[in-house]
Ligand binder design. Structure first.
Ligand SMILES: C[S@@+](CC[C@H](N)C(=O)[O-])C[C@H]1O[C@@H](n2cnc3c(N)ncnc32)[C@H](O)[C@@H]1O
Length: 314
């Protein structure tokens, strides 16, 4: 259950196949939020998993994943499915997402996760915070004359009935024009709906990357916040990788269960969790009133990596 200010929430991480794990370890309608990014079938170099199945076999496997996730999700739960864009096959993520629709899920929202963006001052106009043109965030450039660089990925928000109420201000953004606050809600918070475009850059890292495609910890954190932390009893990531969703849950103090077939990725997840907990405990003893640890006080996310292919596509 959600922990508020109590001790660290339990994280159960199993080194096993997610479909078997969900069947044997999780009951029906048990999970409040699923956040995950499955392998994408684009030939990524995972340690154990072969990311180059026949497309038909891959989609049939996704049908089984969809059925297993549907069984364990609460009737009013949220399922955030992150799928990258493949420049040479732009229909692929939509084809994969359609299998989850066929498996009984309703697409309630489509969020675009932006990893990098260029903003020209000329377009924005006279904005006090913007002194010139900016280009922020990281991505791997695509080596192609046909395809532009992929700077975004999908996060499909599935629910069972399309009618799940969200905590939109849980990921809200402050009003730019403060007069809007009183206009919209007398005395309400200085926050508005963020909308469906989330800019979440990767950390810059120099170390070699232990996993070919992780998402930043902030992505699952924002997904859980959008669903609503206070009503989140248990979060699941069936394809845990190196532990982003477990780290987000630890930070939000909600219970977590995850599956990952590679033992080294499991070890890295547990190591990152331990490091985060040590830093958090030090911070909390110095700031006992703290509910959430500021991001800049947590260990840096050294696992960040981009999903785009660098292969020549032309
Ligand atoms: C795209 S990665 C997930 C990365 C993760 N979101 C992160 O931030 O670290 C997909 C992961 O699924 C794992 N995997 C592949 N088949 C699996 C299976 N049948 N059960 C559980 N995990 C599996 C792969 O080893 C890989 O680490």
């Amino acid at each position: 259950m959600a922990r508020g200010m109590k001790g660290p929430a339990p994280a159960r991480i199993y080194n096993e196949d997610c479909i078997q794990g969900m069947r044997s370890r999780l009951g029906e309608n048990l999970v409040s939020v699923i956040v995950t990014s499955p392998p994408y079938n684009i030939g990524k170099g995972y340690r154990s998993y072969d990311d180059s199945k026949q497309p038909g076999a891959f989609l049939e496997w996704m049908d089984q994943v969809a059925a297993a996730c549907h069984r364990v999700l609460e009737p009013k739960g949220s399922f955030f499915l992150n799928l990258g864009n493949k420049p040479s096959d732009p229909w692929w993520p939509l084809q994969v997402a359609a299998r989850f629709r066929d498996g009984g899920f309703v697409l309630q929202n489509t969020i675009v996760w932006v990893k990098s963006i260029a903003i020209s001052r000329e377009e924005v106009g006279n904005h006090p915070g913007l002194v010139g043109d900016i280009a922020v965030g990281h991505y791997k450039p695509v080596n192609s004359r046909r395809y532009v660089n992929g700077l975004s990925e999908y996060v499909f928000h599935f629910t069972k009935g399309g009618d799940v109420e969200l905590d939109k201000l849980g990921v809200g953004v402050p009003y730019q024009d403060k007069s809007n606050v009183s206009r919209w809600k007398a005395g309400g918070p200085d926050l508005r709906d963020r909308g469906n475009v989330w800019f979440i850059p990767y950390d810059t890292i120099r170390e070699s990357r232990p996993h070919p495609c992780v998402f930043p910890v902030k992505l699952p954190e924002m997904a859980i916040r959008l669903h609503g932390v206070s009503k989140t009893k248990l979060v699941l990531d069936p394809f845990l990788g190196t532990g982003s969703t477990a780290l987000a849950c630890d930070r939000l103090r909600v219970d977590f269960v995850g599956f990952e077939i590679d033992p080294e990725y499991v070890r890295l997840s547990e190591e990152s969790l331990r490091a985060q907990r040590e830093t958090a405990a030090e911070y909390r003893s110095a700031h006992p009133e703290t509910k959430y640890i500021p991001w800049d006080r947590l260990p840096r996310d050294v696992r960040g990596s981009c999903r785009e292919s660098t292969a020549t596509l032309d």
